[in-house]
Design a protein around this ligand. Structure first.
Ligand code: HEC
Ligand code: HEC
Ligand code: HEC
Length: 108
């Protein structure tokens, strides 16, 4: 009985590891919650987990972002929230940094 319990534990651990890996998408398309006009970039902003892998998950979750595709707007960024927690022209380029193209974030 004791041996069987240990084996079950090992099987559960082996099953749990890949589930964690799958739950971590390489990139997330931020949902559009405020319409893009005809003159604006058509694509919603993309966020790459891969391009931010210098950070622990806890740098962003759950303080800066929920672990869900929830969405926010440029008004939020202008107020220093969400991406602009870091993309503030100090830690990283901001939306208004000269030379930063809209397509840096808004691309297919
Ligand atoms: C640092 C990344 C980043 C850059 C650079 C950026 N945006 Fe955005 N933008 C976002 C995010 C995130 C959203 C929210 C999701 C969405 O609607 O794409 C957004 C939303 C928008 C929206 C939806 C309406 C609103 O007010 O939120 C428009 C329009 C827009 N961006 C235009 C632009 C234009 C034009 C540029 C270049 C001058 C630009 N963006 C540069 C990240 C960026
Ligand atoms: C630099 C910030 C940042 C870091 C670090 C980060 N994330 Fe995220 N994560 C985001 C953003 C932004 C979103 C999308 C939020 C939104 O759309 O409102 C997101 C979304 C998610 C989602 C939801 C995806 C979906 O499709 O619904 C999961 C799950 C997630 N992250 C897991 C992780 C894990 C696990 C780690 C650590 C290995 C991690 N994140 C590290 C910024 C980050
Ligand atoms: C915890 C801090 C942090 C948050 C939050 C964050 N970023 Fe970044 N991001 C960085 C840093 C640091 C870099 C590297 C800056 C550089 O190279 O100048 C970076 C780089 C990038 C790049 C360039 C990637 C490349 O391949 O070179 C893009 C695009 C980007 N971030 C978009 C976003 C968007 C969109 C959000 C919000 C959904 C976001 N980031 C949230 C810190 C952050």
């Amino acid at each position: 009985m004791r041996l069987r319990g240990a084996l079950t534990g090992a099987v559960l651990l082996a099953l749990a590891a890949p589930v964690v890996a799958v739950a971590f998408p390489a990139w997330v398309r931020i949902p559009i919650i405020k319409a893009h006009k005809a003159t604006d970039p058509p694509e919603a902003s993309v966020f790459s987990h891969f391009a931010h892998n210098q950070y622990q998950c806890s740098a962003c979750h759950p303080t800066v972002f929920p672990q869900a595709r929830k969405g926010f707007t440029h008004d939020d960024l202008d107020a220093g929230r969400f991406c602009a927690t870091c993309h503030d022209n100090k830690t990283a380029f901001s939306v208004d940094t000269p030379g930063v193209r809209c397509a840096t974030c808004h691309h297919k």
